[in-house]
Design a protein around this ligand. Structure first.
Ligand code: SAM
Length: 257
């Protein structure tokens, strides 16, 4: 399996071009000049750098929380304790336990950010827990139920059905993560943020695709279906520079209270 931190860093440029700028602008308009932001499932903390680079935030404090210690440590090693004038704090923890502790201590945030996060958690408890510490959640790159690989393979439907079944039945969240969040909270703004990778691949895109193929093969295997031939064929297409990939995502800005 490819390394989680390497995958997150590799997908940074893909997220850059996929993020829905209208939803981001609406999020920026919600923030005070020096915001206190809680990022849940922060991974290697690429989002705070992006928002500083893009002039969305210029000061305040960013608390990056992730349960994956190695990914978070990679972010901390890269960033240190600040990006520009934004102080950054790293906390290796379960996001909801962190939020409960913060709520208990009377701590409040201006917003919570969760990029590619709200499809790997159950929406209703997430909205309840995070609503205790912040009024607003920005949820970009939330999976919206559709993945496609090309050129076509006869096993695509069986594999991708099992992949979605794995999301629904074998882990929190699910393939309808964006719809679930929209249902559980009050949508302020939303818009598509599709991932598309086509040859010739740009820097990092082979790493992203290799990781996604490993993820699909492993998940589908857990449901009892052997996707190794499908994955090998896809890896061959990747090696030859023929593999295309598309996933539907949605960016949401929601009110939690
Ligand atoms: C798909 S990754 C996205 C990471 C990062 N936001 C990005 O877009 O690069 C989802 C992250 O959520 C983290 N995660 C999932 N459930 C979590 C939880 N309950 N508490 C903290 N982190 C969690 C995982 O460890 C993983 O790093």
């Amino acid at each position: 399996m490819t390394d989680h931190a390497a995958y997150l860093d590799a997908k940074r440029a893909l997220d850059d071009r996929s993020l829905n700028r209208d939803v981001l602008d609406r999020f920026a308009a919600e923030l005070p000049p020096e915001p206190e932001v809680l990022e849940v499932g922060a991974g290697t903390a690429t989002m705070v750098e992006r928002l500083v680079d893009w002039g969305v935030i210029e000061g305040g404090r960013w608390v990056a929380v992730d349960a994956h210690e190695e990914a978070l440590a990679a972010g901390e090693a890269r960033i240190g304790d600040a990006v520009g004038n934004v102080a950054v704090e790293f906390r290796a923890a379960d996001a909801f336990e962190f939020a409960a502790e913060a709520a208990g201590a009377g701590r409040r945030f201006d917003a919570v950010v969760g990029c590619a996060f709200f499809d790997v958690v159950d929406a209703a408890p997430a909205v309840d827990a995070l609503g205790e510490v912040t009024p607003v959640a920005y949820a970009p790159i939330t999976y919206d139920g559709e993945t496609r690989f090309a050129p076509p393979d006869p096993d695509d439907d069986a594999v991708l059905d099992r992949y979605h079944r794995h999301m629904r039945e074998f882990r929190p969240g699910g393939p309808d993560g964006a719809a679930a969040l929209a249902r559980e909270a009050t949508v302020i703004a939303e818009g598509p943020s599709p991932w598309r990778i086509e040859p010739p691949y740009e820097s990092g895109e082979r790493t992203v695709l290799a990781h996604l193929l490993d993820t699909v093969e492993e998940a589908v295997g857990e449901t009892g279906y052997d996707a190794s031939d499908w994955a090998d064929g896809r890896r061959e297409a990747l090696g030859d520079g023929r593999l295309r990939y598309e996933a539907a995502n949605r960016d949401l800005l929601v009110r939690l209270e």
